[in-house]
Unconditional design. Sequence first.
Length: 364
Amino acid sequence: MIKKKILIATGGTGGHIFPALSLAKNLVKNNYSVKLTTDNRGLKYLGNENKLNLIKLNTYPLIQKNIFKIILSSTRIFFSIIRSIILLLMEKPNIIFGMGGYSSFPICFAAAILKIKFIIYENNLIIGKANKFLLPFAKKIFVSYKELEGISEKDKEKMTEIGNIIREEIINSNFSITPKNNYDKINILVLGGSQAAKIFAEKLPVIFKKLNDSGAPIKIFQQCQPNQNYELLQFYKKAKIDCELFNFSPQIMDYYSKVNLVITRSGASVLGELINTRTPFIAIPLPLSADNHQLKNALYYEKRGFGYSLEEKNISERLFKLINLIISDKKTIQKIIYAQSQYSDKEIFKKVNINLEKILNEKN
């Protein structure tokens, strides 16, 4: 039996790479021939994935700051599309799976030109610019939630709700672990996305010191940038706060199992992981995220009772009070854990495979 060829287009940040990696591994298990395109930024997250067929394809965002940068970025995108057309003519995939963002744009646009079927995936609550442009040409858009905004009435028929594509090890793990239910001591994990948030390292330690000085039993696990390690470590030592610092780690599950509260940016991928690991969180959206999609994500998850949202401008004023509430009112946090327990993405790959087979078996 000839394996059907699937090309997954991704790149950029971990929020795009890790779902693509998880999807690729699942498709290989289901006897598809899978290749994955990524740019230089994405390669650093895939360094140990020697078993995957990786294709480097540099891609670029459209920069609109001035006329020179518009021309330069437009030229780069044009040549990325040309390279993508050549790649698709050589590889002849049966279908393309675009994971969203500018990194998947050239391959998907080339697929539209060559009339190759392609699917796009959107895990945010407002459709991204690249996906919005590609949607009229796409066969389907797989979405995490049906409440997705920004899709025209005409294109809503292309929408299929599948849930969050997250790491398979999270889907297969049982996260009803003791530390999450024991709030006598609060273990806080600070995440800033795959790039780490500089402002978290600047503002949060002062709040943690205030908590520690007030007698709140805390331990801090904090992701930071390498050049922040020494200064942060010295601060926590002086403040007598138990801490563990780390830079980017693909083994983030090790930290999920140790903590009972996470302070994080509100990228869709990390929030999807947190609800599936039954981990309460305070989501602090990146203020400059495209179309303010991180704020929409945070508010949507808070509305469903999965966690708290807090705007960056209110960190100094509200975060101390919020963590104190979590420590003092155990019923509040247990409500979050209960709400999360009512949601699951364990069937995500089953849904993907069923819908993918339908599309592949269609004649047009």
